[in-house]
Design a protein around this ligand. Structure first.
Ligand code: GRE
Ligand code: ZN
Length: 325
């Protein structure tokens, strides 16, 4: 398929580059490093070769969310946003951007989101899970009351918010002890992000902001498969309210979430997501540079779905959600 748009497509700046080290074999680091730092050359060639018209770019992980000093976090977020704005300006037909935000300072993050959207033309934000704020051992999740103003602004701006994975801190990783292979994209990323998304659904956020749209990668971090069971268990629990939100989790999942195919190029998982959330709320992505564009595109272009759905998922849903038309 020609004209595909991808929206979990990462880059790094020098200050955040090292955060992407250690997930893959050391011998692959030179390749990954050069992929992360490149925007206009290798990346564009990959896109041309595999029918991707556009990448909506975002900073690597955990990057800003892992910088406990709020001022330093805000400074590096701003640098990353200014850098990617300059790169987008060279080829706005091929690149757009999502803002990196220092959620350690909710008000500062809100101002930076407004600046990125209104002054730099960004299409939304991408945040890597919980933030270490002040204390490096802290984990502030986005359902925290301190983010009420931020979410209100996000809805007012009418831009989507990508909730991207990060690893749990060592203090919260007891279950993985002795099994470090489970950390990162293999398992822990998805577990961490799925729970975070459930916290957002259950906290009442989407009752306050019914138009807010949150994007999850990796075909929903397992939630399309699991969310019916969460609701079904809750339904016959005796003592409501089970959580502050008014509706079932599945109600918010279908109304306030979009999913991408990033790093999950498996047709049964795509079909499960289509049955649960619908083809109107799924969007193609690769997860470059951690995944290959050819792996994503060769799978997606030939997977057994209707051509109408391929068009929606490959391109049209992103055009609509990000107002790219
Ligand atoms: C990511 O998507 O951010 C990612 C990493 C590290 C390894 C794999 C991966 O940050 O997909
Ligand atoms: Zn990613």
């Amino acid at each position: 398929m020609q004209g595909k748009i991808g929206l979990e497509e990462h880059f790094a700046i020098r200050e955040t580059l090292q955060d992407s080290k250690g997930f893959l074999a050391d011998r692959t680091w030179p390749e990954l490093e050069s992929r992360l730092l490149d925007i206009q050359e290798r990346r564009l060639a990959e896109m041309d070769r595999h029918g991707m018209q556009m990448m909506i770019l975002s900073l690597n992980a955990p990057a800003i969310q892992g910088i406990a000093d709020p001022r330093k976090a805000a400074d590096i977020a701003r640098r990353a946003n200014d850098f990617v704005a300059r790169e987008v300006a060279k080829r706005p037909d091929r690149f757009q951007a999502l803002a990196a935000l220092a959620m350690q300072d909710p008000e500062g993050a809100t101002h930076e989101l407004v600046r990125c959207v209104k002054e730099l033309g960004f299409r939304g934000a991408l945040v890597n899970g919980f933030s270490q704020a002040g204390d490096p051992n802290s984990m502030v999740y986005l359902d925290d009351a301190r983010y009420r103003g931020f979410w209100a602004e996000c809805e007012r701006l009418d831009v989507p918010f990508y909730l991207h994975p990060r690893n749990p801190l060592p203090s919260a990783s007891q279950i993985y002890e002795g099994h470090p292979w489970l950390l990162g994209p293999t398992w822990a990323f998805g577990q961490e992000t799925a729970v975070h998304a459930l916290r957002l659904m259950a906290c009442g956020l989407f009752d306050r902001h019914p138009r807010l749209q949150v994007i999850l990668g990796h075909l929903g971090e397992g939630l399309p498969f699991s969310i019916w069971r969460c609701d079904n268990r809750n339904a016959w629990t005796k003592a409501p309210p089970r959580y502050p939100a008014k509706e079932k989790l599945g109600f918010y999942f279908q109304r306030n979430f979009y999913l991408t195919t990033s790093g999950n190029f498996h047709t049964p998982s795509l079909v499960c997501a289509m049955l649960e959330i619908g083809a109107d709320r799924i969007m193609f992505s690769t997860d470059w540079p951690f995944e290959n564009v050819d792996h994503a595109a060769l799978w997606f272009d030939s997977c057994a779905i209707s051509e109408a759905d391929r068009q929606k998922i490959g391109r049209d849903n992103a055009l609509r959600l990000f107002k790219l038309a």
